[in-house]
Design a binder for this molecule. Structure first.
Ligand SMILES: Nc1nc2c(c(=O)[nH]1)N(C=O)[C@@H](CNc1ccc(C(=O)N[C@@H](CCC(=O)O)C(=O)O)cc1)CN2
Ligand SMILES: Nc1nc2c(ncn2[C@@H]2O[C@H](COP(=O)(O)OP(=O)(O)OP(=O)(O)O)[C@@H](O)[C@H]2O)c(=O)[nH]1
Ligand SMILES: [K+]
Length: 441
């Protein structure tokens, strides 16, 4: 295994910069940079002076982690130097000159995974901890980093393994039928597994919006108060409001936090001035424009009767669609008695709107038991595969197929569950996961 190096802190000027070196040569390479020898006591900070071929580099704090008791499971040296990009560059160059290689993105975490320090869900969670945009996203990522998802998957896998073992015990005795009592027991165990997979799968949509933000569209007829509502929602958490120029398109995206979610108000600025689009281009066009939204706030006016288009527009499936009656300070028409009524002007009802948005986004109580633990798209694909395996096994079982065939399907499920935590994953899949990380992670 070669020795890798990368700065662990972000590029740019800062009080400190941390450089991390991992691999068998971390210690001997560092030795050649030290002004004088040090005792190399693991996990202790040592103040050192570093030199490279007669050039003074910096005074720094060095921490040595001895294999296997390190983040990566290899010998690790961490150098905390002054946060000058030049110092960082020279330090890295000094190690490269001694045979180290600049680490690929995520390579330290990849090595931690390879040495069994983390499973794949925990490794992924490190990236998510860093990327978290909201307290809820962070809470979920920290939970997965602690092993909550891994434990769940390990438990499901062990139960399935038990079922397979039980079944396969009968394979060797083709003349014996599986006793009815055992059959019933196995079927119940499979049912139970399927339900738990289903519960995990249901967290995927929340996971998506926790990780990527909630693409939000505020729509409605002209002058109903869309801009005002937009501003009123932003005021909820002004500190984190930021206009971010879109990276892939020329649109301006504004983010705001709402009840633990990051709302991404996309394209509203551009569309705001031509809001008569409903009349102009018809309902179909309107639905197409909303296609990318996760959350649609359809604004109408509280003191007026329900407009006809509200009945005409069918909420697209898979989206949270809320009709919000604004300007309730001017009165509430009986049509809207059961609606969320707000006043963007006075702030009335905004708390309830916020609660309702969160309630709808989290799908009621679906998350309550697991906290904010949600699966990501990679997990989702694998859990679906696992579920399909179980369903095929059930069908085969009910149609009286041979036990061998049933167990083939169950083993396919086992394989998929294993891949969630990184067991038996192809190399390319692992590379794909880790290359999404930032440098030095
Ligand atoms: N300086 C520093 N800070 C850091 C990290 C790091 O690598 N270096 N981390 C990096 O993400 C996070 C902390 N995570 C870590 C996880 C495991 C080990 C580690 O050395 N584990 C060994 C020893 C355990 C022990 O002595 O109790 C092990 O698991 O064997 C270190 C950091 C955040 N802060
Ligand atoms: N009384 C009252 N007036 C409001 C409220 N919200 C908005 N308004 C007023 O309604 C008018 C239109 O508000 P906007 O926020 O510009 O409405 P809009 O839907 O973005 O309008 P367009 O951009 O023309 O589509 C403004 O004069 C606002 O001050 C409210 O809750 N109560
Ligand atoms: K406006």
């Amino acid at each position: 295994m070669d020795t890798i190096i990368a700065p662990a802190t972000a590029p740019g000027k800062a009080a400190l910069a941390v450089i991390r070196v991992s691999g068998p040569a971390a210690q001997p390479m560092t030795q050649t940079l030290l002004e004088r020898p040090i005792p190399w006591i693991p996990q202790r900070a040592t103040l050192v002076r570093l030199w490279d071929r007669g050039e003074f580099l910096d005074q720094a704090v060095l921490v040595y982690w001895k294999k296997p008791h390190s983040f990566t499971g290899e010998d690790v040296v961490e150098i905390s130097c002054h946060g000058s990009p030049y110092i960082v560059q020279k330090m890295v160059a000094a190690y490269i000159a001694r045979g180290a290689r600049f680490a690929l993105p995520g390579e330290f975490t990849q090595r931690a995974f390879l040495h069994g320090k983390l499973d794949l869900t925990q490794a992924e969670a490190i990236h998510e901890i860093i990327q978290a945009q909201t307290p809820a996203a962070l809470e979920g990522a920290l939970g997965i980093h602690q092993g909550k998802l891994r434990n769940k998957i390990v438990q499901l896998r062990e139960r399935l393994l038990g079922i397979v073992a039980h079944l396969e015990a009968y394979v060797d005795f083709p003349d014996e039928d599986v006793p009815p009592l055992v059959q019933k027991e196995l079927e119940e165990a499979l049912d139970c597994l399927e339900q738990e997979l289903e519960a995990l799968l249901r967290t995927a949509p929340v996971g998506k919006i926790l990780r990527e933000g909630v693409v939000t569209a505020i729509v409605g007829a002209p002058n109903v108060g869309k801009s005002s509502l937009f501003n009123a929602l932003l005021r909820e958490d002004r500190a984190i409001v930021s206009p971010i120029p879109g990276t892939t398109r020329d649109t301006i995206e504004t983010e705001c936090q709402l009840g633990g979610f990051c709302l991404r108000l996309v394209d509203t600025a551009g569309r705001r001035k031509t809001d008569d689009w409903i009349e102009q281009e018809g309902v179909r066009r309107a639905e197409a424009a909303l296609a990318q939204a996760d959350l649609v706030l359809y604004v109408i006016v509280a003191p007026e009767p329900e407009p006809e288009e509200v009945r005409r527009l069918l909420p697209p499936p898979g989206k949270v669609w809320l009709v919000v009656a604004n300007k309730c300070d001017l009165g509430i028409h009986p049509d809207h008695r059961d609606r969320i009524c707000v006043s963007a002007l006075t702030g009335q009802g905004l708390d309830r709107l916020q609660e309702e948005i969160v309630r709808q986004l989290t799908g009621g109580l679906a998350l309550a038991k697991e906290g904010w633990i949600t699966i990501n798209p990679r997990h989702e694909g694998l859990l679906r595969r696992a579920q399909e395996g179980l369903q095929r096994a059930r069908t085969a079982w009910q149609e009286g197929a041979s036990l061998e065939l049933v167990s083939v399907d169950l083993r396919e499920s086992l394989q998929a569950l294993g891949e969630v935590i990184g067991l038996g994953c192809r190399e390319e899949i692992l590379d794909e996961v880790f290359r999404r990380f930032c440098i030095g992670k």
